[in-house]
Design a protein around this ligand. Sequence first.
Ligand code: HEC
Length: 113
Amino acid sequence: MSNTKFSVLLRALMVAGLALGAMSAQAVDEAAAKAAFKDSKCTKCHSDDKDKSGPSYKKVAEKYKGQADAEAKLFTHLTTGPTIKVDGEDEVHAKAKGDEASVKNMAQYILSR
Ligand code: HEC
């Protein structure tokens, strides 16, 4: 292969790589997620990096790191109202308000802390 052909090929590969990177880095709408947490009163028990009655989102992200089904698990957690322990007492976990896209965005926000 000639040098020019090689450099054209190389550049094409780099552009393809950038495009792939941009697609996989699914953009989290942070402002929308924060508004949704407020609206669903999640902020009462959770914050980005401080433990309250509930674990920080950072801790949750660490717990699920590398798990392909993490988003699905959080989606279930946020839509089915599982029984959890809040300060030692059984309590039904709050359900997230909003539509499917909004809850998915919340899950992605949490996992990206
Ligand atoms: C009354 C306090 C309280 C409220 C309100 C609350 N949570 Fe939680 N949440 C908890 C506690 C406590 C846990 C830990 C449960 C456990 O590990 O058993 C938890 C766990 C979680 C987890 C981790 C689940 C897992 O699989 O590890 C996520 C994510 C989460 N909450 C998100 C939210 C969101 C989003 C909202 C708002 C819709 C919300 N929480 C509202 C107390 C709360």
